[in-house]
Design a protein around this ligand. Sequence first.
Ligand code: CA
Length: 221
Amino acid sequence: MQQVMIIEDDPAIREELKLLLKNEGYRPLPVEDFTDIAGQAAQWGPDLILLDIGLPGRDGFSLCAGLRRSVSVPIIFVTSRDSSLDEIQALSLGGDDYITKPYNVPVLLARIKAALRRNGNSSEAEVLETRGLRLHLTRGMVSAGTKSVLLTRNELQILACLMGRPGDIVPRAELMETLWDNQIYIDDNTLSVNMTRLRGKLEELGLPDLIKTRRGMGYQL
Ligand code: CA
């Protein structure tokens, strides 16, 4: 049974999410003690995390960055805020998707399912190797030489797609299709945000220009 961690301080919403997930066949893992959330995530080993932004003590943004140091499962922000600035911030801090409250239940469930499917698909082969890079699919990590960095699910999928076809120009539309379920609308900007973040991580590995942009055509490794 797949486990979904719920990080939401509003007891009514938390209870609602819990029931919703249970009815859908997931095991809900609601957080009730907000002091060491990253520690609980590492201990519980969820398959996906639903994360509120307005939380006691620490906001969801900084928490997401903290969670990313210990887990690589999909993180979906569920929040009442709805500005595009928040969306970009959420994605650039390591979130995989973003849903605003009041949420539409079928949409929320479809996004959870899509995120879990993307996550599951990536574990077919364990390690991809291209151009000095080793992509550890099941660990959500990429390494070059002795350095390694953790990737979000989206970054992992983008890189896996490019590494699977070294030298080929992969169109943006194809990358978006790989990333998101066809029924879910996602804008071009989100892909750019993910790409920028991925390049930043490759730069940490000493490979700043590994992914080339081919203007009007797509990306190339
Ligand atoms: Ca809240």
